[in-house]
Design a protein around this ligand. Structure first.
Ligand code: SAM
Length: 276
């Protein structure tokens, strides 16, 4: 690999550009360059690969991605960060494009004409909204090749949860029916400046095979009803979903079971039988 340029320490960049962390923008920065290099390694080899980074902030994770050889397109809504990111773009000519804006309002797919890996350390509310959007695309496999996302540890556990466990619910089913999510790394709260109240974890998701004859919309209907009343038996919780009770009969799924005992495959099978 080409020699990566020497860069000033992140703390110096932040001080020089007056980038105090904004609570309103959910800013908790990572400064430990070894940790950042380990995060940038999660998607696999990035040399010459296209990467979408959402929320680069002062550019800690961005520089780790650039050092790994990625071609990064980064979306950041805090304009105070743009001069620091412009310095990074100068240090890695041709490797970094920065877009100022709200990632929730930008069509990410339109920015790429090749598969791209998504990497983000985002405020938790924005991260969850983007994540469900990335999972919901009509076309499958999606244009993105993997997602490497920092979440509050509790949310990460809900995404990878297995049937029968406490954190298992809607998010697990939506994340697992045609994608494969894994818990890649736990990150201690003390790694962030300022430290958030809770622990974090990074999940890595790759697209899986889409089961035939099922739409996300139908799956959402079943999981919403089933987990909306998760302590109730299925014959009660699925009562209002057209075709669901008949589906239980056809599939020989016991009406007395509760949502959290159904596997992802069983949810998919019920969704396939719906009449909505
Ligand atoms: N990636 C940096 C790091 O790891 O140190 C910063 C992480 S900080 C938790 C989240 C960043 O996302 C902030 O820079 C914030 O301004 C940015 N951000 C928040 N909401 C955003 C949105 N809707 N679109 C784009 N960027 C956003």
């Amino acid at each position: 690999m080409d020699k990566a340029p020497d860069l000033p320490p992140l703390r110096e960049v932040i001080a020089r550009h007056g980038l105090s962390a904004s609570k309103a923008l959910g800013q908790n920065f990572l400064f430990d360059e070894q940790l950042l290099a380990r995060i940038a390694a999660i998607p696999g080899k990035l040399k010459d690969k296209a990467v979408l980074e959402v929320g680069p902030g002062p550019g800690g994770l961005t520089r780790a991605l650039l050092r790994a050889g990625a071609r990064v397109t980064a979306i950041e809504m805090d304009r105070r960060c743009l001069p620091a990111l412009a310095e990074l773009a100068d240090a890695f000519p041709g490797q970094l494009t920065v877009i100022e804006g709200d990632a929730l309002k930008i069509d990410h797919g339109a920015l790429f004409d090749e598969p791209y890996a998504i990497v983000a350390n985002l405020p938790y509310n924005v991260g969850t909204a983007l994540f469900t959007g990335w999972l919901a695309g009509e076309a499958w496999p999606p244009r993105w090749s993997s997602l490497t996302l920092m979440f509050q540890q509790e949310v990460a556990q809900r995404i990878v949860a297995e049937a029968g466990s406490d954190p298992y619910g809607r998010l697990a089913v939506l994340a697992q029916w045609r994608s494969v999510p894994k818990l890649a790394m736990k990150v201690h709260r003390s790694a962030f400046t300022p430290p958030p109240k809770v622990m974090s974890a990074i999940i890595h998701v790759v697209p899986g095979k889409a089961p035939e004859g099922v739409s996300m919309r139908r799956l959402e209907k079943v999981t919403e009803a089933a987990f909306g009343q998760r302590r109730k038996m299925l014959r009660q919780s699925l009562k209002g979903v057209p075709g669901a009770i008949a589906a239980l009969e056809t599939l020989e799924i016991d009406h007395q079971r509760r949502a959290e005992t159904l596997s992802v495959d069983e949810f998919v099978a019920i969704a396939r039988e719906l009449t909505v």
